[in-house]
Design a protein around this ligand. Sequence first.
Ligand SMILES: Nc1ncnc2c1ncn2[C@@H]1O[C@H](COP(=O)(O)OP(=O)(O)OP(=O)(O)O)[C@@H](O)[C@H]1O
Ligand SMILES: Cc1ncc(CO)c(N)n1
Length: 268
Amino acid sequence: MRKVLTIAGSDSSGGAGIQADIKTMIMNGVYAMSAVTALTAQNTTGVTGIMEVTPEFLAQEIDAVFTDIRPDAVKIGMVSSSGLIRTIAEKLRFYEAENIVVDPVMVATSGARLISDEAIDTLKKELLPIATVLTPNIPEAEVLADMKITTKEDMVTAAQKISEAYGCAVLCKGGHNLNDANDLLYYDGCSEWFNGKRIDNPNTHGTGCTLSSAIASNLAKGYDMKEAVRRAKAYISDALAAMLNLGKGSGPMNHAFDLCGRFKESCV
Ligand SMILES: Nc1ncnc2c1ncn2[C@@H]1O[C@H](COP(=O)(O)OP(=O)(O)OP(=O)(O)O)[C@@H](O)[C@H]1O
Ligand SMILES: Cc1ncc(CO)c(N)n1
């Protein structure tokens, strides 16, 4: 069985972060492991508290995983401070980790800031250069490419700029467009669109975490970058189309969409 490690924050409401990552990995057929960067007190309406682990403890978590069950891919999500980012970069370099998917999480769907300004600089210097693929949404791509994105051409330009700056593939996610759900992959000097039908579902809490974990799972299983993205996009579309509606704000997705067919009575 292929193994995937998520290095991310915990979401107490289970829709994003570590919880979304593990659900996604299980449903994509890989063994899921986690190194928690922070606890968040969070629900579908917002984040009320963040408690970070120390860089030393995060290092211990990563050591524990790599010295025993070596992951075939690593997904990195919420990392809110420079010390934690440096620890991750140092450890992943030391262990020569492969298939590193970085979701540069900056703001939660509910609007809460999940990273400090100085940490964005450290992210750029330390972590992005070791990534295999980055998955910014449009506001994150604007920060990383230092430009405004208003058109499809802007998405291509920004993805190319980021890809050339950090030497990795870039998937610029279009979930923040209101008309479509088309994502742009810039990879090996070429751009390719992954078009998705926009699903009329306001419950999008954790879409970014889910997509990046699905990409990591598919890279771990040996699919190439384009096929890993295609499969991940199909997974997120199915999870959104299952139309789960929980909580008072932007709710989570249904990762058990397959199982709900199999266990119809118990899934109501
Ligand atoms: N309403 C929708 N219908 C179909 N696909 C969607 C929809 N909203 C988002 N997506 C898809 O979900 C994936 C994640 O994109 P999005 O831009 O929402 O990421 P994000 O902003 O990082 O997520 P998060 O809100 O978790 O931080 C992309 O593949 C995007 O196209
Ligand atoms: C812990 C955590 N990671 C990432 C996100 C981004 O959706 C979130 N809301 N919470």
